[in-house]
Design a protein around this ligand. Structure first.
Ligand code: DAH
Length: 345
């Protein structure tokens, strides 16, 4: 059997052709294998000589195939390495460090402004009862103003028969404070509140800041002074303020406060919808029924309270028009408005 022609083919064979050659000669039904099987039929003398001859052919052929196979594998590996080579001289993708979320930053700025005006932190739970979220704030059952705040009710009732809910306002902090702290005090409550609402300007969970000051001789003028100063500190510049009469069940008299648009200084722009004013908070003198929760009498102490939306204050400060951006975790948005964290040093 002449294997010379096939031995000449092997050095140029590709992987598939090589495998075909192996099967053709050395496979189970290959020609060389078949001839080996025939050996048994020969007489001893011839078998020995023929066997030796076939063995040489087989070894020669197997060695040529294996050499070519190794060669092909090396070529494939080299091609792959060349293909996947990393160019270490290319510029790297920028890396961004963590940032304080604009809502957290706004809450920190609000707290810092109020702290400098003598307010300390007070707390109220997010899972609250009807009593603390409404009734004790002079919003008895069936009060129409309850419907302004689409409430998430939770099923169980507490021992006094008051229903659990997710607080719709941080004003529960007022009640909790009046029950536990003796005047004079100045407190702020900053945290999450919940309402069944979802559109461009409402999310079902958002944040509010509540403030309350109670002392003897506290007047509406104190309120106006403290709130104007608070807004000046928060926006970081002196700004005109104005008050408009309003209604809140827990304050009497009540007002809403506007601040001169810090973007256009009152000239009218996109942020203030051309009015020159931005509505920023609700406030008023604490209602006698609310003071009574703390066993207090208006003839002895008076107080004022205020409440504002943190998202709104953040949107106004940074000129952001869609509330939902705060909650969608787009890193490009957060990089733009978030503050770098203060180093621990
Ligand atoms: N709780 C009110 C709200 O969620 C905001 C508010 C208004 C709070 C007047 C006050 C206040 O303390 O005096 O709309």
């Amino acid at each position: 059997m002449d294997i010379q022609p096939v031995l000449q083919q092997i050095p140029a064979a590709g992987a598939e052709a090589l495998e075909a050659i192996r099967i053709q000669y050395l496979g189970q039904n290959g020609t060389l294998t078949a001839q080996m099987k025939e050996l048994g039929k020969l007489d001893a003398e011839t078998r020995k000589a023929r066997g030796a001859e076939l063995n040489v052919l087989k070894t020669e052929l197997a060695a040529a195939i294996s050499t070519r196979k190794e060669q092909l594998e090396t070529e494939a590996l080299n091609a792959k390495l060349a293909n996947e080579a990393i160019d270490v001289t290319l510029p790297a993708d920028p890396t961004y460090g963590g940032r304080i979320h604009p809502i957290t930053a706004a809450m920190e700025d609000i707290a810092a402004a109020l702290r400098s005006l003598g307010f300390t932190h007070a707390y109220g739970p997010e899972v609250e009862t009807d009593d603390y979220n409404f009734t004790k704030l002079n919003l008895p059952e069936h009060h129409p103003a309850r419907q302004d705040q689409d409430t998430f009710y939770l099923n169980p009732f507490n021992d006094e028969g008051s229903r659990y809910l997710l607080r719709t306002q941080t004003s529960n902090v007022q009640v909790r404070t009046l029950e536990g702290v003796k005047p004079p005090f100045r407190v702020m409550g900053i945290g999450r509140v919940y309402r069944r609402d979802y559109d461009l300007t409402h999310t079902p969970q958002f944040h509010q800041v509540e403030g309350m000051m109670v002392d003897s001789g506290t007047t509406f003028a104190h309120m106006r002074g403290v709130l104007s100063e608070f807004l000046r500190l928060y926006f970081g510049k002196p700004l005109k303020t104005r008050m408009r009469p309003h209604y809140f069940p827990f304050t009497e008299p009540s007002a809403e406060m506007d601040v001169e648009c810090h973007m256009c200084r009152g000239a009218g722009c996109r942020v203030c919808k051309q009015t020159g004013w931005l509505e920023v908070l609700g406030c008023g003198m604490v209602h006698r029924n609310v003071l009574a929760v703390g066993g207090l009498d208006v003839s002895e102490v008076q107080g004022f309270a205020f409440g504002a939306g943190v998202e709104r204050l953040a949107m106004l400060k940074y000129g952001i028009s869609d509330l939902r951006l705060f909650y969608e975790s787009h890193s490009a948005f957060l990089r733009q408005f978030g503050k770098p964290p203060v180093s621990a040093a």
